[in-house]
Write a protein of this length. Structure first.
Length: 366
């Protein structure tokens, strides 16, 4: 009696889940506050997400935006993204100064003026990083570039790659938690992925800063050699806008690379631009600008933190960066889950509509 009642209640729960899927809701058995082990239905959903990702994430699978936003918020709390963002912020800060140490040594040995060019590139980080925190970064870079040696290059390269890959490794673990993926890679393979992704992101972000720098230089050259002031001004503004647009494209590429290479997808699918990347990028830009404005009008942080104020601000900015990356991944994950729910519901309806084939039994002899 108890077994039949249990099967009956389980069947009612599954039918309710399929009904919710037909209405466009994403159903999970796991409670978002206590974080227990996922149920069988949720496990099937995320397994389908990992092995069969959607072609495009811009198709919301009929799920209302309001429902998707509510589910994303619950998933953010369940996956403890705010705590993971603080972890990523620490690792990003830990990787910053060894990276500058290595870059300064390389540029200082290559040419005495080469590090000044990269110093100009770092100035453009003032578009997103608060000025006080950026001053600490630039002073550290200039000090390491002025006192460069072969030993510093060797030590700095190893420390920079290893430290930055530790941050990407933490990002790998967090994104696996977001997508409910069990990492099947060994420690060595996962670290090789992290190091490779670190190097690629370094190149991409340096190229983004270089595009902004090239746009400004082109604008100044146009302003110097054109005689018509109207065309001069229009061409100067156009060159700078184009430079920043290309830099934004590189930023989109960086998000796409993170979402493609960091998780241990069983089947990888490249996507240039996703809803999660869009919200993550614009959220990162808006939050960075808001932090700059707050520090500009309420610059009394030195009274609280003293000489550590610049480091605290930089750590806060890295926290925002990590949080926006994770929020974008969470949004993509919820859209993927909605598609998986819809496909499972379709399979369930198709299985329920199948009629059993009657067996032809031989007639009994009278």
């Amino acid at each position: 009696m108890r077994k039949s009642a249990g099967r009956k209640s389980a069947g009612l729960a599954d039918s309710q889940n399929h009904a919710d899927c037909r209405r466009g809701a994403v159903v999970f058995h796991a409670d978002s506050t206590t974080g227990p082990r996922p149920g069988a239905h949720e496990w099937r959903v995320w397994k389908l997400v990992s092995f069969s990702p959607l072609e495009s994430l811009w198709d919301l699978q009929g799920v209302p935006i309001r429902v998707l936003a509510a589910r994303t918020w619950k998933a953010i709390l369940a996956d403890r993204l705010f705590g993971h963002a603080a972890e990523l912020g620490f690792y990003f800060l830990f990787a910053l100064f060894p990276t500058l140490f290595c870059a300064g040594s390389l540029f200082g040995l290559a040419a005495r003026s080469a590090h000044q060019i990269y110093d100009r590139l770092l100035d453009y980080l003032a578009l997103v990083i608060p000025t006080s925190a950026l001053g600490t970064v630039l002073s550290t870079f200039n000090q390491t570039a002025a006192a460069s040696s072969t030993g510093k290059i060797t030590f700095g390269s190893i420390a920079a790659v290893w430290s930055a890959s530790v941050g990407i490794s933490a990002l790998q673990d967090t994104l696996n938690d977001v997508y409910k993926i069990k990492d099947s890679r060994s420690y060595i393979v996962a670290r090789i992925y992290a190091i490779g992704l670190t190097l690629m992101l370094t190149v991409v972000m340096s190229a983004a800063l270089g595009c902004i720098f090239a746009g400004d230089v082109t604008g100044k050259l146009i302003y110097r050699y054109f005689s018509d002031h109207v065309l001069d001004l229009a061409a100067t503004i156009g060159a700078r806008v184009i430079g920043r647009a290309i830099a934004l494209t590189f930023l989109v590429l960086a998000f796409a690379m993170i979402y493609y290479w960091a998780p241990d997808w069983k089947k990888r699918r490249w996507r240039w631009f996703t809803p999660g990347a869009m919200i993550g990028i614009f959220g990162w830009l808006i939050a960075s600008l808001a932090l700059r404005l707050y520090l500009h009008f309420f610059n009394n942080y030195s009274l609280t933190y003293g000489s550590l104020g610049a480091v605290i601000i930089l750590l806060m900015w890295f926290y925002i960066t990590g949080l926006m990356i994770l929020v974008g991944a969470e949004i993509n994950g919820e859209i993927e889950a909605a598609g998986a729910e819809r496909r499972l519901a379709t399979r369930g309806r198709q299985g329920a509509n199948r009629q059993p084939v009657p067996l032809n039994r031989p007639a009994r002899n009278p």
